[in-house]
Write a protein that binds this ligand. Structure first.
Ligand code: ZN
Length: 299
């Protein structure tokens, strides 16, 4: 049996695992995201310990919080770049892990990794383009277009799309860069700052959820206009609020106002906006990045 290493690196915790995409991992460890040196050492330590127990990995895949450099021609490929987590700015994540473990590394954003996994194995299987969104401490998004992860001048930052504030919402927005961008109006911290209570403490009939669905729908309608995805997977903690996805679907149909040929009806919108099909799509995505990187050169 051949195994791969996967690292799903988030801003507060990191999941490292050995196994294969779509299967229960053979070994898994959760590591808090502290300073870069300590955190990367613990990830390396996890894999080295498993190797000594007879679980070597053929390649490593990393889905990382960002922004990150994904340009293969850049000397900073695999680095975290201008993150608001200042201690992590300029950290060579892919190179440090690859050199320590002596394996090739596939590297992408955490949300692109999740998009890849949902497209190949989950709720967006066979649906191209596919978008994966996570709504939690921020809003992040990744996309598969023509079977490949969408990269560009940098990589998509869907959470910082500029959106319109609803007329009855006086909250100025919580994004330190843009105030009322999508993330600034609809992330978990934005919900908490607007209503003075954390989302999990707001009852389901609180007006917060109608407004939240409206903002999420607004961003999704904009993504529909830009990429025409056949699936938009709505993941992350905020998305797990009971009934929210149905409210997002009907708000999207109503905001789009019948303009698009597809999706047009509420049923067609409900078919596009889907719940995740995988338990930890970012981790499955990291395994897929590893499988795709196996055979390439060691950084
Ligand atoms: Zn922003």
């Amino acid at each position: 049996m051949e195994f791969y290493g996967a690292v799903e690196a988030g801003g507060t915790k990191i999941v490292a695992a050995i196994g294969k995409a779509g299967e229960e991992p053979r070994a898994l460890e959760r590591i808090p995201t502290t300073d870069p040196g300590e955190t990367l050492d613990r990830i390396i330590g996890f894999f080295q310990a498993r190797v000594s127990e007879g679980l070597p990995v053929r390649a490593l895949g990393v889905g990382c919080f960002g922004p990150v450099d994904l340009d293969p021609a850049s000397p900073q490929w695999g680095f975290i770049t201008s993150t608001p987590k200042l201690r992590w700015q300029g950290t060579d994540v892919a190179g440090t892990l690859g050199r320590a473990l002596g394996v090739p590394v596939g590297f992408d954003t955490d949300v692109n990794a999740a998009a890849l996994a949902e497209y190949r194995l989950g709720a967006a299987r066979g649906l191209d383009p596919a978008v994966y969104l996570t709504v939690g401490t921020g809003i992040g998004g990744g996309a598969v277009v023509n079977g490949r992860l969408l990269h560009g001048a940098a990589h998509p930052e869907m959470g910082h799309m500029l959106v319109s504030r609803r007329g009855d919402d006086a909250f100025p927005g919580s994004c330190p860069f843009h105030g009322s961008c999508w993330e600034g109006l609809a992330s978990g911290p934005a919900v908490e700052a607007r209503w003075g209570r954390r989302g999990q403490d707001l009852p389901l009939d609180h007006p917060a959820w109608d407004l939240e669905a409206w903002y999420l729908a607004q961003g999704i309608v904009s993504l529909q206009m830009v990429l025409s995805p056949r699936a938009v997977i709505l993941g992350g903690g905020v998305s797990e609020v009971p009934g929210l996805i149905d409210r997002v679907r009907s708000a999207a149909a109503s905001l789009c106002a019948g303009y698009l040929d597809r999706p047009r009806t509420p049923t067609e919108w409900a078919d596009v906006i889907r719940a995740p099909g995988l338990k930890i799509p970012g981790l499955d995505g990291a395994f897929l990045l590893a499988e795709d990187a196996a055979g390439s050169r060691i950084a």
